[in-house]
Design a protein around this ligand. Sequence first.
Ligand code: ATP
Ligand code: MN
Ligand code: MN
Length: 377
Amino acid sequence: SSRVLKRQCFQRPATRVRGALLYPDTIPFSLIPLAVLAESAELNGDEGRAVAFRRSEALLRSLDRRVQGVAELRGLPCLGEHSRRVIQDVLDNGESSEVEETKSSSRYKAMKVLTGIFGVGVKTAKRWFTEGICSLAQLETSGHTLNPAQQAGLKYYADLNQPVTRDEADAISVTVEEAVCSVLPGAQVTLAGGFRRGKTSGHDVDFLITHPDEGKEEGLVHKVTACLESRGVLLYHQTTRNTYQESPEGAGRSRSNMDRFERCFSILKLVQEQAKDQDPVQVEADQTDSGCRPWRAVRVDLVVSPISQFAFALLGWTGSKLFEREMRRWAVHEKSMSLSSHALYDNNQKRYLTASSEEEIFAHLGLEYVSPSGRNA
Ligand code: ATP
Ligand code: MN
Ligand code: MN
């Protein structure tokens, strides 16, 4: 199965037709049946099930032909019995009853609204839902004390649930680059996340920051946020310092996907030139101040990496999440190595393998290089 995994995940088919199987490109991602089930499992906190559906869904997207019947799926990996049943249903009836039921369930709808608030995770949303909270209005009148992240999430709910466009990401890049270079000349800012993979929209904008002289990057996040604040564009931020030096992962025992870089989860104010011709989003939030002002709120992640870990950080922060997961799995199962956003540890040689580019990391892992746009699994 490992060879199959490698073939499926790391070798792109010659032609890659997005959504070729059951759904044309014009259908939004949220309507893709297996993605709905994956999302629903995530909202239930069922990680294993969620990953299984994500993998089936990614496999279908990677096929270069439109599938007419389940028989054609014979022999393909990543497709469990459940996923096959859903596909069969869609092929036979045009839709899957399970998917339709999921989408219309009050639980799914409420969990989507509540986890759509920045700062609210599945656990919190679940607790609120069991208390009968299904909407933002109900949350606001519930008397719950919200933490600063959640307060910002609620305040900018409409903006943060409107996808960030590529143009907006570019405009944010200019702001971030200016701030970074004014506080540390010579620092390098790299766009990571979905936009680096060529996506045309995203839920946030991710930046990786480094400096060619190791050590110069230390404490940079604070200087950058102070600069952004002085320019009046910092609406919210939560900064975490670097904790990697205190307890590096050792032989990669860290099971968590969270890395230990100095970073900042923020909300920035993006001043829009062409704000007038934009559709206000139809969401449940308070629209009074989001509809007519000449700026919008955008979620921005800033991550600071020492130059010696930069290639690993870039690989880790480029995603997609599923791609990272599969790559780390490959490292463990096929190479007995542990890959993180900080380092690659070889458990056989009992040493770290260095890399100054993503290409070198793929090579260490015995994998063909996959460019960022091929990592949209
Ligand atoms: P989107 O358009 O939804 O933003 P994305 O692929 O950019 O899509 P992000 O959630 O921004 O998704 O994550 C980008 C990458 O950064 C992912 O590959 C993820 O693994 C990594 N990442 C995100 N959050 C963390 C974290 N707390 N610790 C470590 N890595 C993270
Ligand atoms: Mn992102
Ligand atoms: Mn992000």
